[in-house]
Design a protein around this ligand. Sequence first.
Ligand SMILES: [Cu+2]
Length: 114
Amino acid sequence: MKCIASLSMLLSLSILFSATAQSAGMGMNGMEMPVTDKKHQNTAIAAIGVVKQVDRDKGIVVIAHEPIKSLGWSAMTMDFSVEDMRLFDKIKQGRKVHFEFRHVAEKYVVTVVK
Ligand SMILES: [Cu+2]
């Protein structure tokens, strides 16, 4: 009898453990990026803005962009990465640009400038 009692205790312990492990896993999922961010990862997003600052060496341009409806962004001034150096020919301080960018990993990368 004693033997069975300890066996059932062992069983309930292991059930408890797996339940805890499962909820810990769900907690991890909850910490992932919001769905909206995932949806826009690597999608080309069109925007209009005024070039405020250009840093060719760092590959960064600061643009005061107009609201971007598809992202639910209001107008703001922010940094964008520029990886294609040829784009800098069209990016001049004070110029209003129509551009496209992609959300790649942690960066917003400008891919098209008109
Ligand atoms: Cu912004």
